[in-house]
Design a protein around this ligand. Structure first.
Ligand code: C2E
Ligand code: MG
Ligand code: MG
Ligand code: MG
Length: 279
């Protein structure tokens, strides 16, 4: 155990930190072969509209390692970004999602919207728009049914190029959602400048509505603001019937969360109701 003291601040490296460092380095190495070894897979979480109709799904990436078990994106996406694999992985995700959309449509779920999370590095890649166009053609995916989710971090020191790329995506008919709305540091003026369709209110706000006055006021105002700007609003992380009731009362358009459905494998989608009575 090493200790480093400075003034009244004490930093302690524990065995836990060492184990964490070791795991990170191990994951970094194993990630190189994960795509080729078919260890990456997608889970799909349903999103419902206010009337209870199934709007579609958000695709959420998982890494199933034979020895280490299930690894969540919060742990390995940053490593894929640092290691440069995120562009290749991200392209695989989009292709996979478009394939899934076709299979689910063939089973009778028409016109669903599938949402894909994008890393800022993907948008910054030179040939992103061309690659996306190619995937849409090859999979016969209608652009209007694909939604990309970006976060405010995309806007931090990104120049005019990112706006141009987003503008091109919009012209192709792809929907653009701003994910984790509320937790970023960007000013509200960017909301007017971005070609958005949807805003997703972050779970950290939704979590406390009804019990904490500030969060209740913030979420209610967010919904009103988003509607003023002409976008659709999705609430993330809805876990209780009380949260759902309040969000409905405030006119929230769509809901996603464990109350309505956890992320699931594609095989489970067929059994999902097209309308949910409880919403
Ligand atoms: P996100 O896009 O904000 O996704 C929502 C996260 O909240 C997911 O975590 C989901 O499983 C979780 N969640 C949904 N409803 C509830 C709820 O009611 N309660 C709680 N406690 N959690 C809920 P997940 O799957 O671990 O993903 C974490 C983040 O990883 C995502 O946040 C997204 O930023 C990133 N991510 C996931 N898949 C991809 C991907 O394919 N590419 C990239 N670049 N990032 C991804
Ligand atoms: Mg998301
Ligand atoms: Mg989110
Ligand atoms: Mg979130």
């Amino acid at each position: 155990q090493a200790k480093a003291a400075g003034g009244n601040q004490v930093a302690i490296y524990t065995e836990e930190d060492a184990a964490q460092l070791h795991r990170t380095e191990e994951l970094r190495t194993l990630l190189r072969s994960a795509p080729a070894d078919n260890e990456l897979m997608l889970y799909y979480q349903p999103v419902y509209e206010a009337e209870g109709r199934l709007r579609g799904f958000e695709a959420l990436l998982r890494w199933q390692h034979p020895q280490l078990g299930l690894i969540l994106p919060a742990e390995f996406i940053p490593l894929a970004e640092q290691g440069g694999q995120i562009v290749e992985i991200g392209e695989w995700v989009i292709r996979e999602v478009c394939g899934m959309w076709g299979r689910v449509r063939d089973k009778g779920h028409m016109d669903l919207i599938v949402s894909v999370n994008l890393s800022p590095l993907q948008l910054a890649a030179n040939d992103f728009v061309e690659a996306l166009q190619r995937i849409l053609i090859e999979t016969s995916m209608p652009a209007e049914c694909l939604e990309i989710e970006i976060t405010e971090s995309i806007l931090i020191d990104s120049g005019k190029r990112i706006y141009n790329v987003l503008e091109q995506l919009r012209e192709m008919g792809i929907r653009i959602a701003l994910d984790d709305f509320g937790v970023g540091y960007a000013s509200l003026t960017y909301l007017r400048r971005l070609p958005l369709h949807t805003l997703k209110i972050d779970r950290s706000f939704v979590q406390h509505i009804g019990e904490q006055h500030a969060e209740t006021a913030i979420v209610r105002s967010m919904i009103a603001l988003v509607h003023e700007l002409g976008f659709q609003v999705v609430a993330e992380g809805v876990e209780s019937a009380e949260q759902l009731a309040l969000l409905k009362q405030w006119g929230c358009d769509c809901y996603q969360g464990y109350l309505l459905g956890k992320p699931m494998k594609e095989e489970a989608i067929g059994a999902l109701p097209v309308t949910l009575e409880s919403v």
